[in-house]
Ligand binder design. Structure first.
Ligand code: GCU
Length: 372
């Protein structure tokens, strides 16, 4: 299949060396792939955990009719351009017997974590259902990290941390998807500080543009134990070469602020990119990854989303995990749970629904977060 789509071989270095062991993958090929994605696609983030970062938490017990404890966390930080904050809303099961594993949603659909905490019963973020299954449910609103519009990278965390004094913004500078992924990392910093959370079992979940950010967050920040992409499509899970629906040209025209300036040059030149999105999935290996699609989401191209799992599998196999093996593209509503890889194609339109969440948790229960 690699040949069919003309994909770059995930196991051959830029210098032509074939990778045959997990150690060589980690030392030689993975760093090179991460650098290629930073250079050509998502851009380079100028900062990791800010030295100035602090957490401020308000706790309310007995919410969700007693089923949950709510924590409202404000993550504060400063850069040369001023102060910023990201709010994190967290529901923990009241009956937990130890630190909870977490599903963190990078929310791209209106405010959930703001002044009026969500009741936790929307299909997009069914926190009550997540808590009932023994997970902590966490959410941050990506627009608190970086507003989702093109303002020349002045607002959000770009305005705080970018310092290109009098120079032009570099063509490989980070853009909005990378900023959102960076925000996920700051939530992870918080989880590591909270004894109620099992920081070794944190999943990052995102839908659509949030799913693109979740995959990049999982690649950049290896503290995430599990990565879930729901209908992330173009420059998310979907392979760009031969992709139907949205193309690199379309996405950069409509959302010029999502990716690095360098990425714009690949409009109509997908086959010249030294990476494709199966390599992003591979960068998450050997950690578990779940990709979900919907039948009517042709813009995202379900078969191209599925293909990235199949083409990332050789890297999982280096670690001894079979992935989805050579599973054919499945029928709707018949989830595939493989070793360290899951996939489903839900009947319906582009959305994040209770069906999707239930499958993510079924997969997590049986693999990444067993024995909760
Ligand atoms: C647009 C965009 C997609 C994106 C989607 C979403 O349709 O073209 O790339 O995934 O918005 O975020 O819902």
């Amino acid at each position: 299949m690699t040949k069919e789509r003309g994909l770059p071989d995930v196991l051959v270095t830029q210098g032509g060396e074939r990778i045959g062991t997990a150690d060589d993958w980690r030392e030689k090929r993975r760093p090179e792939i991460m650098d290629l994605f930073r250079e050509h696609v998502y851009g380079r983030e100028p900062v990791g955990r800010p030295a100035s970062q602090t957490f401020h938490t308000a706790v309310t017990t007995d919410v969700m009719a007693g089923a949950a404890v709510r924590k409202q966390v404000e993550i504060r930080f400063e850069g040369a351009g001023g102060a910023g904050r990201i709010r994190l809303l967290l529901y923990l099961p009241s009956d937990r017997r130890g630190p909870s594993p977490v599903l963190l949603l990078l929310n791209n659909r209106g405010a959930l974590a703001g002044d009026e905490p969500d009741a936790g019963d929307t299909p997009f973020w069914p926190a009550d259902r997540i808590v009932a299954r023994g997970y902590a449910a966490a959410v941050l609103d990506v627009e608190e990290v970086d507003p989702d519009f093109d303002d020349g990278f002045r607002n959000g965390v770009h305005g705080l941390f970018d310092r290109f004094e009098g120079e032009e913004r570099p063509a490989d500078a980070w853009a909005t998807i990378a900023a959102w992924a960076w925000g996920a990392g700051r939530a992870m910093d918080y989880f590591e500080s909270d004894p109620d959370i099992d920081a070794s079992r944190v999943a990052v979940v995102g839908h659509s543009r949030g799913g693109k950010a979740a995959l990049w967050a999982g690649a950049v920040d290896e503290r995430f134990a599990f990565v879930v992409s729901n209908e992330s499509g173009c420059t998310g899970a979907a392979i760009s070469r031969g992709k139907r629906g949205e193309t690199i040209r379309d996405i950069n025209a409509q959302f010029p602020h999502w990716f690095s300036a360098n990425y714009h040059a690949f409009a109509g030149r997908e086959e010249e990119l030294p990476v494709d999105q199966h390599m992003l999935v591979a960068a998450i290996a050997p950690r578990p990854v779940y990709v979900a699609s919907a039948t009517e989401d042709e813009w995202a191209d379900p078969s191209a989303e599925f293909a990235s799992l199949i083409h990332a599998a050789p890297v999982y196999r280096l670690y001894g995990y079979r992935g989805l093996q050579d599973a054919p593209f499945p029928d709707p509503d018949t989830p595939l749970f493989g070793e360290r890889m899951g996939y489903h194609l839900r009947t319906g339109v582009h959305d994040l629904t209770v069906y999707d969440w239930d499958r993510f948790m079924d997969f997590a229960d049986n693999g990444p977060f067993r024995n909760i």
